[in-house]
Write a new protein. Structure first.
Length: 76
């Protein structure tokens, strides 16, 4: 695992992060890790896995054709 060091954060920011961490039942480090992970977005492999999961959930279902709804919306 990589490590990072963030210098010169103002006390107000650190205080808000500590409050947020406390509300979520995490350490300051854990909260910062989660925020950074979410900010970095999901990986391609994660997106592919998620797409497969949705494909399985929707398999066999007849999905409605929404073309007429889109056309009605455009005419408004």
């Amino acid at each position: 695992m990589a490590r990072i060091l963030i210098r010169d954060l103002d006390e107000e920011t650190v205080g808000r992060l500590k409050d947020r961490a406390r509300r979520h039942g995490r350490s300051l480090e854990g909260e910062a890790r989660l925020i950074l992970t979410h900010a970095a977005g999901i990986t391609f492999d994660d997106a592919r896995k998620l797409a497969r999961q949705w494909h399985k959930k929707l398999a066999g279902r007849e999905l409605p054709n929404s073309t007429h709804l889109i056309r009605e919306d455009r005419q408004r």
